[in-house]
Design a protein around this ligand. Structure first.
Ligand code: UT7
Length: 332
């Protein structure tokens, strides 16, 4: 039987705060519009610290809180869609920097659904007993991906990292993962190929459905309305599917942690699912959408406040570029 227990969680947010008022100095926008449409007041921007630095800080805190030695970690899984390097994997840098000398390491990229997919993967690695402790870190430095002349997308995102050390539990865990590649063009960011110097290379072919908007595709391209609609449906479907798999009722869940994309998306899904709002954790007002790092930073905040208790049943639900989505129910 699959089951996971969080031994320790950690998070890192960069120091620099980008408030809605700051955005109004660079774009035609204002606090009232941003807050009422998204629930976000401010987010952090990592001015000079790379993604791997944030990932390592969050990981160190998670390992410290887990009470185990880094050498006891058997696998490092990093979820990111904004790595500093194509290779090595972010997880390899984290492995080296945090002293997880005995760990294997690989990355998972499913954008904002990254932590859900990584936790599901971790639970399967823990099943056979070869892997006892797994560090999952989700870390995003999205500021370099965002187009700060695009007021629709740039205001949503923040930088940050969250991490958790997990081990096998004898209490069951259930998951539902999904991908709808039909919507891959709703949210994408193309690899920048403007500095290639092989004389044989020609401009590459974009898959049908992706457009090269004045060569700005190395910045995030987002169809906000399409993502919004998908998000509400996907969150409701994922929660219903995972509840069905678990045989549990909505009321059996002690805590829901949704991906923190937009307060209105969360509110709509919570209303559609008829969930009690007091059981739904939301922290996006001061963080913005940190993509894969949203859910583990929620876990880290809740753990620090002593709100993740043994025996609690927790439902995580997320969605992101791909378009991907998924939900997990586990008992701590
Ligand atoms: O992890 C997944 C990441 N992505 C998402 O979660 C995105 C999901 N989508 C959303 O959250 C929302 O669609 C947005 C927040 C992106 C946009 O909100 P909306 O209520 O769908 O606004 P809209 O795109 O319908 O735009 C309404 C108006 C437009 O003006 P007109 O055409 O009505 O005159 C926009 O140009 O609001 C304008 N607008 C803004 N105005 C002030 C768009 N962005 C801004 C802004 N400030 N930042």
């Amino acid at each position: 039987m699959r089951g996971i227990k969080i031994l320790g969680a950690g998070m890192y947010l960069p120091e620099t705060v980008a408030s809605n008022d700051w955005f109004s100095t660079i774009l035609d926008t204002n606090d009232e519009w941003i807050y009422s449409r998204t629930g976000i007041r401010e987010r952090r921007i990592s001015e000079s610290k790379p993604n791997w630095h944030m990932a390592c800080e969050a990981s160190r805190e998670a390992i410290k809180n887990s009470g185990i030695d880094p050498s006891e970690i058997d696998l490092v899984l990093a979820a990111t869609c904004s790595p500093d390097y194509f290779y090595p994997a972010l997880s390899c840098i984290v492995q080296q920097q945090t002293g997880c000398v005995n760990a294997a390491a690989f990355d998972i990229n499913s954008a904002c659904t990254g932590f859900i997919n990584a936790l599901d993967t971790a639970s399967r690695f823990l099943l056979d007993g070869d892997y006892r402790n797994i560090l999952i870190v989700a870390s995003e430095r999205l500021a370099p991906h965002c187009d700060y002349t695009d007021r629709t997308a740039s205001i949503l995102f923040g930088d940050g990292a969250g991490a958790a050390v997990v081990t096998k539990n004898d209490k069951p865990m259930y998951s539902y993962l999904s991908a709808k590649g039909d919507f891959f063009n709703a949210l994408y960011c193309k690899v920048d190929q403007s500095r290639l110097n092989c004389p044989l290379l020609k401009p590459d072919t974009m898959p049908e459905g992706l457009i090269d908007t004045e060569a700005k595709t190395h910045f995030m391209q987002m169809n906000g309305k399409a993502v919004y609609k998908f998000a509400v449906d996907a969150m409701e479907t994922a929660v219903n599917k995972v509840l069905e798999r678990s045989g549990l009722n909505k009321g059996d869940i002690d805590l829901y942690i949704p991906h923190q994309a937009n307060a209105r998306i969360i509110e709509s899904a919570v209303k559609g699912l008829e969930l009690p709002t007091e059981k739904v954790y939301v922290n996006l007002e001061n963080h913005g959408n940190t993509s894969s790092a949203c859910i583990p930073t929620c876990l880290a905040e809740l753990s620090a406040d002593g709100k993740i208790k043994d025996g609690m049943t927790i439902c995580l639900v997320g969605f992101g570029a791909g378009l991907t989505s998924g939900a997990i129910i586990f008992t701590q």
